[in-house]
Design a protein around this ligand. Structure first.
Ligand code: DC
Length: 229
């Protein structure tokens, strides 16, 4: 039996890949995996149980049994809605630390692969096309200049009523890029067979259209799924 097709979308922080991947999944009627949320959930679970974020063995044990439910765009950990909590700055930093631990990555591997089911999956992260789904039907590396990504994050924060400093955001993004790209295990890397989509000058909808054009090359029958009734 052939496995359901996977569209792997990898790229750096704030490249817009989460939003783009989710919209592409909706258009195709596919499932969606935000793999970064699993690293964020592991960090949050560790912080809540007082586990040191360098204790690879205990974090891997937590990651294996994370009581997570994804439902209607919300994320529940042990029955509590943590959709906002996992986006906090301290959890983002924690996620980047736990994501560098090979034992945690190993513990999350099968959980990620379990999302693959008919009619197909759109998976977003850093190593979807290189490690988790090396046989993905379509691989996309979605990026944008660090300046453009920092400006997008700045606009989002201001729109939510938070204060923000553009140069601090830019520095933070560059540090996170370096950590994600230089770690020894599953670094952020463009797969040799991934299409590069640079969204520096594109809106979200233009980015979605660019990805859909690539998907249609590999899946000519892929049209837009009918809108839900
Ligand atoms: O995509 P994100 O910002 O939600 O990811 C949170 C952290 O997890 C980030 O530091 C990168 C890491 N991550 C990873 O190492 N591998 C993935 N497949 C997804 C995210």
């Amino acid at each position: 039996m052939s496995l359901a097709p996977v569209i792997a979308i990898d790229g750096p922080s704030a490249s817009g890949k989460g939003t783009v991947a989710e919209r592409v999944a909706r258009r195709l009627g596919y499932r969606f995996l935000d793999s970064g949320s699993l690293y964020r959930l592991t960090a949050l679970a560790g912080m809540q149980s007082g586990v040191d974020l360098s204790d690879a063995a205990r974090l891997a044990d937590l990651a294996l049994v994370l009581p997570v439910v994804f439902s209607d765009g919300q994320i529940y950990l042990d029955g509590v809605d943590v959709s906002d909590a996992i986006r906090r700055e301290d959890v983002s930093r924690g996620a980047s630390c736990v994501a560098a631990l090979p034992a945690v990555r190993g513990a999350l591997l099968e959980r990620q692969r379990a999302f693959r089911a008919p009619p197909g999956l759109v998976a977003d992260g850093r190593d979807m096309g290189t490690v988790v789904f090396p046989d993905a039907l379509v691989k996309i590396f979605l990026t944008a200049s660090a300046q453009a990504r920092a400006e997008r994050r700045y606009t989002q924060l201001i729109a939510k009523g938070f204060s923000a400093n553009l140069s601090a955001l830019l520095q933070d993004l560059q540090e996170r890029d370096a950590r994600d790209s230089m770690r020894a295990v599953a670094p952020l890397q463009r797969a040799a067979d991934a299409y590069l989509v640079d969204t520096t000058l594109l809106s979200i909808e233009q980015s979605v259209a660019a990805v859909m054009d690539i998907v249609k090359l590999r899946l000519p029958q892929a049209g837009d799924a009918p809108a839900p009734q």
